[in-house]
Ligand binder design. Structure first.
Ligand code: ZN
Length: 236
């Protein structure tokens, strides 16, 4: 009789761990996702454990952004233990996968935030519709980044203060879909992003908080690594 029942979360978790130990991370990811789906949110310890193993399988396939997402959830459910230790070892001050240098950490945080703002605002599909659109948006973001890093605003401040600046920079994008009109609109927006961006950044400086500030949710982590972490585009 038991055999006809739907497999339990514990079954999927065991299977996922076994697949991971026998070097089949793709299969493990699928099983562990089923485990995560099958565990009720009230069972926080079990859910944390399944998310932790899922992150290990994702790391095995070098899917770092998704592994971090999984780990971030795992350590939120269980604030002490292996999930939190691995999370803190894996993330930078923005709660993103650690890059090769602090400058790159800043760059990735800024570009991910700005691309996410663009895509979320644009449509529910959260995707670029054409190569041209993607190319233009990325160029404008890169231009804003160059201006921001050259402005000196980022020197001597911590990640939380930088995040406030990043979040306050509004880049103006052209509307896409009208063929032949891109060049003119892009040019106009290019100038707009420069002025608006740096002005917004200056305003942000006056209302920043320190990264020593703990997250208001009570996790004990800095805000930038907790509820204020920068989500990678893959998490959208
Ligand atoms: Zn928090």
């Amino acid at each position: 009789m038991e055999r006809q029942e739907k497999p339990t979360a514990a079954y999927y978790l065991r299977r996922g761990k076994r697949e991971l130990s026998t070097h089949r991370p793709e299969k493990a990811i699928s099983s562990l996702r089923q485990a995560v789906d099958a565990i009720p949110p009230s069972c926080s310890d079990e859910l944390s454990q399944a998310l932790y193993w899922l992150s290990l399988a994702l790391l095995r396939l070098d899917e770092r952004p998704l592994a971090i997402k999984s780990l971030a959830s795992a350590q939120k459910l269980r604030r002490r233990g292996y999930a939190r230790r691995l999370y803190l070892r894996s993330v930078n001050e923005y709660g993103m996968p650690r890059q090769a240098s602090p400058d790159l950490d800043d760059f990735y945080a800024f570009t991910n935030l700005q691309i996410a703002y663009y895509l979320v605002k644009k449509s529910t599909s959260r995707r670029f519709d054409s190569f041209q659109e993607k190319d233009t948006v990325l160029r404008l973001i890169l231009d804003a980044w160059k201006q921001l890093s050259a402005s000196g605003q980022l020197s001597g401040i911590d990640a939380c203060e930088k995040l406030d600046i990043f979040r306050n920079i509004k880049i103006h994008y052209p509307s896409f879909g009208l063929s032949g009109s891109h060049r003119v609109i892009v040019k106009a927006s290019f100038g707009a992003s420069r002025t608006t961006g740096l002005m917004a950044g200056s305003i942000a400086r006056s209302m920043t908080k320190s990264s020593a500030d703990r997250c208001p949710c009570g996790s004990g982590l800095p805000y930038g690594q907790c509820c204020g972490r920068v989500k990678h585009l893959k998490e959208l």
